[in-house]
Write a protein that binds this ligand. Structure first.
Ligand code: MRU
Length: 365
């Protein structure tokens, strides 16, 4: 997608053919800055510190992290060390483990001297596949938005509510939840997006609003607590969110607060869709409450980052001094609250049968 009219991705291989560049998302929306990753430690830090974040982008970064590690040590031990190290950086998004498994499978049985080239080829493919997968999610999700638009008075915008950032900044390009939005907007469908600010890190206010604005999509930032009221008053036509891990039974782990939006949507008959690529499905789990929930510590709750009038970016304390805080970063929305999934293969109900209808190769043989 574009920033200031210039097409960009969130991660790319540098001209030297081996180092990797990312947009540093901890600096957005105030400063657009890129960072070069030259070692596996750089890649791990980028994931842990959330310079890159969002399930698919974490996976793509980890894949390149393996390449950087293998340049230094292409032995079996070096590969295992890199994979375990990268996997430990964030626990909830399954795309991290998925991408590392892909890298392991690509490299493991190859002679040492060809491992680095093979790893870079697979990492590049993971990135390119993510772009195409997200584009396809948009193709299928756009139809849902068009169906709603067809039932509204001509020219009245379709109001979409989204949570966190499941946009192109969370993937390599297009986004998951935002891909249908971009594609409907580009096709001339009138739409407007309510963007949950998404405390504590404000991925909605800082990232989703930034990218929607960059693409010219009309949007309004709302505080996290406003969604229920807006749904009660008929202001929301559809919710579309992303996911960090979805079980084979359709339970969805996503950014903390997603569950509350799903409850409000159910109470008000607002369709609640989850957009996801195949790499976010954990086929080994059938209970969402078995998904590990990242605890990010209290600092993010007790302080906030913002821009001063002079342009400097500062962090300020916002809480009563001495009060402790709790910061679970994700919650689980049970499948029964999800109207449906939007995947690269089409839409389906949030049920085991629904998922298997799109991914029959995952069913019993
Ligand atoms: O903690 P984050 O910013 O990595 O959380 C991101 C989300 O929860 C996204 O909604 C999810 O990863 C889907 S991204 C396409």
């Amino acid at each position: 997608m574009k920033i200031n009219g210039k097409p960009m991705r969130t991660i790319w291989l540098c001209e030297d053919g081996w180092s990797v560049e990312i947009i540093d998302q901890t600096r957005l929306p105030h400063v657009l800055e890129t960072v070069r990753l030259e070692t596996v430690q750089h890649a791990a830090h980028a994931i842990k510190a959330m310079q890159v974040r969002g399930a698919p982008l974490i996976g793509a970064t980890a894949a390149y992290g393996v390449c950087l590690a293998l340049r230094k040590d292409a032995s079996d031990e070096g590969l295992d060390r890199a994979i375990n190290y990268l996997a430990a950086q964030r626990p909830t998004a399954i795309n991290l483990r998925w991408a590392l498994n892909e890298m392991q499978a690509t490299v493991r049985n190859l002679p040492r001297e060809v491992r680095v080239d093979a790893a870079y080829a697979r990492a590049r493919d993971i990135s390119e596949e993510d772009v195409e997968t997200c584009r396809q999610i948009g193709v299928h999700g756009k139809k849902l938005i068009e169906e709603i638009a067809a039932k509204k008075p001509a020219g009245t915008p379709v109001n979409v509510l989204t949570h966190c950032n499941a946009g192109w900044l969370a993937t390599v390009d297009w986004g998951t939840a935002t891909s249908p939005i971009y594609q409907a907007h580009d096709a001339g469908v009138a739409l407007h997006v309510f963007v949950d600010e998404t405390r504590p890190r404000n991925q909605g206010a800082a990232l989703t609003a930034y990218e929607l604005g960059g693409h010219g999509v009309p949007h309004t930032i709302i505080v996290d607590n406003a969604g229920g009221h807006l749904m009660q008053t008929g202001a929301v036509d559809i919710c579309i969110v992303g996911t960090d891990r979805t079980t084979a039974t359709g339970d969805v782990a996503n950014k903390i607060g997603t569950y509350l939006k799903a409850l409000a949507a159910r109470d008000n008959n607002v369709p609640f869709y989850v957009a996801l690529p195949h790499s976010t499905i954990d086929w080994t789990l059938d209970d969402g409450f078995a998904i590990p929930i990242e605890d990010r510590g209290e600092d993010e709750v007790l302080a906030m980052q913002g821009r001063m009038a002079d342009g400097s970016v500062v962090t300020v304390d916002i809480a009563a001094p001495g009060s402790p805080a709790s910061n679970p970063a994700f919650d689980v929305t049970p499948a029964r609250l999800v109207t449906g999934f939007i995947t690269e293969r089409g839409c389906c109900p949030a049920t085991p049968e629904g998922l298997l209808s799109l991914y029959p190769e995952r069913g019993p043989t």
